[in-house]
Design a protein around this ligand. Sequence first.
Ligand SMILES: *[C@@H]1O[C@H](CO)[C@@H](O)[C@H](O)[C@H]1NC(C)=O
Ligand SMILES: *[C@@H]1O[C@H](CO)[C@@H](O)[C@H](O)[C@H]1NC(C)=O
Ligand SMILES: *[C@@H]1O[C@H](CO)[C@@H](O)[C@H](O)[C@H]1NC(C)=O
Ligand SMILES: CC(=O)N[C@H]1CO[C@H](CO)[C@@H](O)[C@@H]1O
Length: 791
Amino acid sequence: MVLFRLLAILFALFISVLHSLPWSIDLSESQGPGTTLQSFSFNCSSYMPTLELLSVRPPTGFFNKPSLHSLHGLHKGVYVGKVTLSSSARLDALAVNHYELQLQYKCGNFVVSGPLFVHVQRDPGRFRCAGPFASPAGEFIYVPETVTPGALLYTLLLPGLGVQRAQMNITSAQDPPLFPGPFSIDEQGLLRAPSQGLSGQALKSFQLQILVSLGKGQSCKGMLTVKVLPAPSSQVSFPQKAQSITIPEDLVPGSKVIQVQARGSNLLYEIISPLPSPLYSIGQADGVVRTTAPLDLARAQGAAVTKLQVRAFERLRPWASAEFDLTVNVRAVNQWPPRCHPALLVTQVPETTPVGTVLSKLTCVDPDSAGAPLDFQLQFYNPPDSASLRLRDRVLEVNTTLDCDTPGACFQHAASILVLDDGQPQMTTEVPVLVMVTPVNEFSPACVPRTFRVREDAGPHTLLGSVVGTDADYPHNSLEYYISGGPSTFAVDRLSGEIHLLGPLDYEQQRWYKITILLIDHSQDWDLNRHRSGSCTVTIEVEDVNDHAPECEPPFQELTTYTPLGRSMEVTKVSCWIPREPQRSAFTYSIVGGNSQSRFRLQGTVLMHNDTVLGPPWPEQPCTYELLIHVADAGPSIPHLSTTTTIIVHLVPWRAGTVATSTHRSTVSSTMTPLIVTEVEAFWKPEPWFVVVLTATGAVLLLALGWLLSRILRGFAQLLQAPSKPARALLLNSVPGNEGSVERLMEAPRMEMSQVPRTSMSLQHFDGRAHDVRTGRDYLFSTRTGARRWL
Ligand SMILES: *[C@@H]1O[C@H](CO)[C@@H](O)[C@H](O)[C@H]1NC(C)=O
Ligand SMILES: *[C@@H]1O[C@H](CO)[C@@H](O)[C@H](O)[C@H]1NC(C)=O
Ligand SMILES: *[C@@H]1O[C@H](CO)[C@@H](O)[C@H](O)[C@H]1NC(C)=O
Ligand SMILES: CC(=O)N[C@H]1CO[C@H](CO)[C@@H](O)[C@@H]1O
């Protein structure tokens, strides 16, 4: 009964509900399949009523068709309808939390329709696998094969899990070779690709069974299927997004910088920033980036860093493109050697230039960087290792004396200044330096006084000696010699300084000369007209030479001497002198002929008879010796004039018992001039027959001469009526010979020369014949007047 009443109350409620359409109900998402959403009761007595679900929005199969059944008994004609959740119902407030169900009730002609709003309420304490993951087919994930290894592929979110952590495990097998490596999922539901990556796995599917378990025994399962997609071939991409490159600044325009290459087919390239691009261009087809202008950093400061944006796109589908950032850094390059002014240093300075004189100043700049420091080095080529020049702060100076008075070609200093910059690579400039040093005639020549001796009989061109001049200027022997003053007996060789004799000398007139030698230098100065001179005195001493042959007094001696056996005794004395030079007394005497068996010897001027010699027995009869005494002057040097005097000795042996020896001297009286035969020192030795013939011819000639003279004199006498004594012919004879040879002496008849007129220059004035070794000529001379007549 109670139940029945309760139902009646419900019916009344239901009917009222039915009439107050639309209906709205709240439903927890945790309600499972079969849950009744709503019940309806209807009165329909005479018809079979229907209840239909016309539509569900959003469409879903979560709701069953409404059911309708009649109550029996007391309440005939009363029907109850129900709306329940279907077996597939998985309510999820996060997915759909509101459904609108359109219901229609029919009872005969009576039709009622209206919506039923279902509000799904969240259930915070509920956890379950939901969505496609939990569906039998599972969730599908599409991944390109180019995905980076270990990349996050998918996040598994489960409703109701909230902040709680669940254990998520992949329970299906992931062993190779089917899998490249295991996928992984963590407790936050993050599914990651295998660490080996997925390249090469295109078009493969990997099924992953995933078990989600929470404490309190709650767990659910689902499936994820990873499908690997091939890399899209038509897609344009660069292997890297950006690149930086450094190039040297000395690239000529048009040089290749880099080649960019994008992935894709049938691609073109362009620079999209900066636009326009002043320094770089890109090959449209090949992607080669080239320079279009000089990258001179010194002039174009902005060229140091350039950010280029390069785009690659498909020729036929320009919208398929990729971009690439290229940063080009330009590195400064040392391109230019320093530039110097002047580029060549050539100068000429005199050798007397003082130390410290500035020769030149060098100005150099580095075109690569104007203010960069430069290094300067001085190098010598000729002479090497010279210290004569120095470089101080770009200034070339004289360092040591440039003196050129020592031998050696120091008139040119060849060097170079090396200018180095500090760039990389280091560039250098060589500035040639040529310093020509001109000679200066600084010093006067000089010579030392000298004294030369010369024989007074020296001939012309005799060399007396040399004057040697010296000059401190180089070349040291560049001198000329002159004799100062007017014409002189002497001459000096202009070049050699040799002094020669020009004229005759006479000791008796001038015993010495003083001449001044003048020295003039030349070729020692840049200015050839600049000379210096010096002088010195040369003394020439004339040596006395005997000019006359000695004469002996008496010139001829004949004497008879009695000599005891075995004793030496003085026979006579020879006394000779030179009448013009009586002071000259040194003579040499020697017996040169007639001394057979060496019976005589000379003790100075004394002729001794030598009887002590062991020789052939002493002759019983008196015998006569004709001794030839050679007398030569002993001049200051060699004897050169001589004479020969004759002494005839009649030797009468004196028997033992004779008390005294006596000598009967028969000398030629001074009033009577004897014939003097002077020996001539010549080396002519004629044959004996020639002598005989010559003698005979001479005699015949003399006779003829005598006859002729007598005829002439007689003619004169007859003419003048004054007869005079006939003159005797003078017999001259020359007996040449050498030491040891037997000389023939011809005794001339004595004559009275006083009778001969002195004015006449006839032959009888000359009473001797001599030979002058200086001239090589023979001459006749007169012992009384000293006159000579050359033959
Ligand atoms: C699931 O993985 C966790 C580690 O994440 C592990 O400790 C646990 O034992 C695993 N459970 C099963 C059932 O494999
Ligand atoms: C300059 O001369 C001095 C000697 O006088 C020498 O020691 C020095 O090295 C020279 N300098 C140069 C740069 O040659
Ligand atoms: C003369 O005699 C001396 C000895 O009294 C002897 O020495 C000398 O040689 C002799 N002279 C000559 C020329 O023979
Ligand atoms: C709701 C409804 O109309 N109820 C009616 C059903 O029919 C009986 C009698 O036949 C009425 O008494 C109810 O009021």
